[in-house]
Design a protein around this ligand. Structure first.
Ligand SMILES: Cc1ncc(COP(=O)(O)O)c(C=O)c1O
Length: 183
């Protein structure tokens, strides 16, 4: 099994700074979260960025906001993703309406598979598609999928748990739909 090696420089930076974070008494908000958000806003070229405690909590917040403030009612995901993503989708309170199949070459849905799934639904303009980029690879059809979602009124949310730093034609994952969450 592969191991994740943390660079020595990162370990030293953490050791140097973590006492300040604990002593501040401000663990959930404050200057460290603000600087992390600002760093990733610039790094990805996103319009806005906000730090969360986990990818799952960020995704859940986005789905709940879409339900409460944008009147979305349904959510679907892709068949190949992390198990917990379905739990996140259901926990949002949106109605879970199924899985888009994935293609073998990319292990992610193609634009045709997304279109066919949408064709099987009675209405699409109240749907959120929570799509995952798998294993650091950007879904090669994400631009087309994003356009289909726009045409059909579907809110595309990108689960970028595996894809921080991955780009397609210079554009970072997380920027193709209404929002994205990195790990
Ligand atoms: C594809 C995918 N989405 C979401 C998550 C959830 O991330 P977190 O554990 O940070 O909530 C994971 C975690 O492994 C994941 O692999």
């Amino acid at each position: 099994m592969g191991m994740i090696k943390i660079p020595q420089e990162a370990i030293e930076n953490f050791e140097k700074n973590y006492p300040q974070i604990f002593e501040s008494g401000n663990l959930a908000e404050g200057k460290w979260n603000t600087s992390l958000s600002a760093f990733f806003k610039d790094y990805t070229n996103a319009a806005h960025a906000m730090a969360f405690s986990s990818n799952g909590s960020g995704l859940l917040a986005i789905l709940m906001l879409l339900k409460k403030y944008r009147s979305f009612k349904k959510v679907f995901i892709q068949s190949n993703t992390m198990y917990g993503v379905k739990t996140i989708a259901i926990s949002s309170g949106l109605d879970f309406v199924g899985f888009v199949p994935c293609s073998l070459p990319s292990l992610m849905p193609t634009a045709v598979q997304v279109r066919e799934f949408l064709d099987s639904l009675e209405t699409t303009s109240d749907c959120v598609f929570l799509a995952t980029h798998i294993g650091g690879i950007v879904n090669p059809e994400i631009q087309k999928i994003s356009e289909i979602c726009k045409e059909r009124g579907v809110a595309l949310v990108e689960d970028c748990a595996h894809s921080l730093g991955s780009t397609l034609n210079g554009k970072h994952t997380g920027l193709f739909g209404v929002a994205g969450v990195y790990s």
